[in-house]
Write a protein that binds this ligand. Structure first.
Ligand code: ADP
Ligand code: MG
Length: 335
């Protein structure tokens, strides 16, 4: 539905987006993940038609999406954007900010829809506040409510969860999932959603595909399972979750065979290292990270190697000697 082909954008000498191609289908949720400065917002603004690309094309339903250079009013009417800085109107209330998106609808419908959105995004209590009288999370939810006020083909969200506390994050996740999944009833109806995040858990849990950006390049685009299970490089592995990075020369001290170049990096997810009395290596617990559902231990094997292991036992203490079982077949070999 929305297709980008070979997009590039530089700011002076800095290549912010390099040769990115991707496509979004109706009813699909795609997460864009990358370190700060990797080009996420720039790519999103290109896709929205809010920034002119140096090279490449963007098409929505086979029509070109024009950049601001070729357009009187910035943006595309069927592409909704929630910016990282919200861009709410400062001098009117939360309610009026949302209602503005529905200004061309008749009064009764508009009031009813605004009430629905206020309830959906839990903003009823602050509806008569001005943006400056609300919290970051309330502003963020207002921007989202405004973006989803009327149906659109494409929803582009820049860090939509960054200022939300856990309950509100789960709420907005559900709102977005419902919107995207329930929108595919008509023959060519359907909203596609692309959201930017630096939080792996949001990306892994609700998206159909994850795109990983590294210095402007889309280095991997695949399902959450594939991106988590076969990350292309160490950067991709660490963006998608906790990972132990181990140099080739240290593999033997983990009871693993030495492979290739001694300086090549390999990865091991903490959940593939378990405490096991019959384990092949031993070490001393150096740190304990209680995580609620499970606990992560930092276990030092020797001067050079300490591993994070995810364990279900929560009674381990700093200084305990433990034996570890390492799932050798789970070693991540980067391409
Ligand atoms: P992200 O959203 O992933 O943090 P951005 O897309 O905002 O990254 O920025 C990518 C790179 O482009 C950064 O190095 C940033 O400093 C630079 N950049 C972004 N916008 C501009 C601009 N308008 N002028 C100059 N440099 C910019
Ligand atoms: Mg950004």
């Amino acid at each position: 539905m929305l297709t980008a082909h070979n997009l590039s954008k530089s700011f002076d000498a800095l290549a912010a987006v390099r040769n990115v191609s991707l496509s979004l289908a109706a009813g699909e949720m795609v997460a864009l993940v990358g370190a700060s400065g990797s080009g996420k917002s720039t790519l999103l603004n290109l896709l929205a038609g809010l920034l002119d690309a140096d090279r490449g094309t963007i098409r929505l339903d086979n029509e070109a999406v024009a950049g601001p250079k070729d357009r009187l009013v910035a943006g595309h009417p069927q592409i909704r954007v929630v910016h990282q800085e919200y861009q709410l109107m400062p001098n009117v209330t939360i309610r009026e900010n949302i209602a503005f998106a529905l200004r061309y609808y008749e009064r009764t419908y508009r009031d009813q829809r605004v009430n629905e959105l206020l309830r959906l995004c839990r903003l009823e209590a602050v509806q008569h506040h001005k943006p400056r009288e609300t919290s970051g999370g309330e502003k963020q939810r207002t921007a989202i409510a405004r973006a989803i006020a009327e149906p659109a083909r494409v929803l582009l969200l820049d860090e939509p969860f960054s200022h939300l506390d856990l309950p509100n994050r789960l709420l907005i996740r559900d709102v977005l999932i419902d919107l995207v999944r329930n929108s595919t009833t008509g023959p060519d109806a359907g909203t596609a959603c692309l959201f930017v995040t630096h939080d792996a858990s949001d990306a892994l849990s609700i998206s159909d595909q994850i795109g990983l950006l590294q210095r402007g390049r889309l280095i991997q685009l695949d399902t959450p399972r594939a991106v988590y299970g076969q990350p292309k490089n160490a950067y991709a592995a660490s963006l998608t979750g906790p990972v132990n990075l181990i140099r080739g020369k240290h593999l033997p001290s983990l009871g693993l065979p030495a492979l290739g170049n001694p300086d090549t990096e390999y990865g091991l997810r903490p959940e593939h290292i378990q405490i096991d009395p019959a384990g092949t290596v031993s070490g001393r617990v150096e740190r304990v990270f209680f995580g609620g559902r499970d606990t992560e231990l930092l276990v030092r094997l020797n001067r050079f190697v300490a591993l994070r292991a995810l364990v279900s036992q929560t009674d381990r203490r700093i200084g305990d000697e433990v034996r570890l079982h390492i799932a050798q077949d789970k070693l991540l070999v980067f391409s």
